[in-house]
Design a protein around this ligand. Structure first.
Ligand SMILES: Cc1ncc(CN)c(N)n1
Length: 243
């Protein structure tokens, strides 16, 4: 297993196996710097190299379990705002998947790292995690549909992109890698279909919106991209409330 900590994924280019419609591309272009920074965070380097301390990973996973509950709530809220039944169902499925599919990953690490559902429920959210959750939920409740979906999109997109960049850079996951299950989840090609569906909806909702709503959506997308970096950071520093 590689023990280097200088694995960077900022400049790795991958051929995405899902279409990126123009509005999604313009969101990424507008957020390019923060998007790139997430692939280069020290937490990500150490995670890939397998050198990340178990305590930091445990902290991340526990905060993430609560984050995924909020993601699921935001997707469920979006479903109530979709006039089209197919869109409604898609967001209901996305809400379910966040808890079921990634929940399995979390349950496995819970056993391995020694935490359970009651500890997750009792956890104090870090400031960064709380802010990211509030951003997604308030946008899902009060923003336009395109803005709500734009705020949700970086969560799956950034991780799937990271998983694929890691695969391109690292190749096969070593058998003895301590975070093999995490690495395997986010490079799973099954997520390509999920991304195609999500980005196609983002485009359709952008097309139906006016220019002001599209601009707000880009801002909401960029905020989530920044929060993604801040999520690595809160785990890396084991962030606590200052007072
Ligand atoms: C904070 C965060 N962002 C994204 C993912 C991937 N769904 C996640 N599990 N956690």
């Amino acid at each position: 297993m590689s023990t280097t900590t200088d694995l960077s994924f900022a400049d790795v280019s991958v051929d995405r196996a899902y279409p990126v419609p123009p509005f999604a591309q313009s969101c990424v272009d507008a957020a390019r710097e923060s998007w790139g920074a997430s692939f280069d965070h020290p937490f990500v380097h150490a995670l890939a190299a397998g050198t990340l301390e178990a305590e930091r990973f445990r902290f991340y996973q526990m905060q993430d379990a609560r984050y995924l509950e909020a993601f699921s709530d935001a997707a469920a809220l979006i479903s109530t705002r979709c006039p089209d039944p197919d869109d409604k169902l898609w967001f209901i499925d996305a809400a379910r998947m966040a808890l079921v599919v990634e929940g399995e990953l979390h349950a496995g690490y819970g056993e391995q790292l020694g935490y359970d559902a009651s500890e997750i429920a009792a956890l104090t959210l870090t400031p960064n995690n709380r802010a990211y959750q509030d951003h997604m939920i308030s946008t899902a409740q009060r923003g336009s549909l395109v803005e709500a979906v734009a705020a949700l999109t970086p969560c799956p997109w950034l991780y799937i992109e990271l998983g694929q960049r890691m695969e391109a850079e690292m190749g096969a996951i070593p058998d003895d890698h301590p975070y093999a299950d995490w690495l395997a989840m986010y490079r799973d090609p099954e997520f390509n279909d999920y991304m195609a569906n999500l980005l196609e909806r983002l485009q359709r909702f952008a097309d139906a919106a006016d220019e002001a709503a599209r601009e707000r959506a880009k801002t909401a997308f960029q905020a989530s991209i920044r929060y993604e970096w801040m999520f690595w950071q809160q785990a890396w520093t084991q962030q606590a409330w200052p007072v």
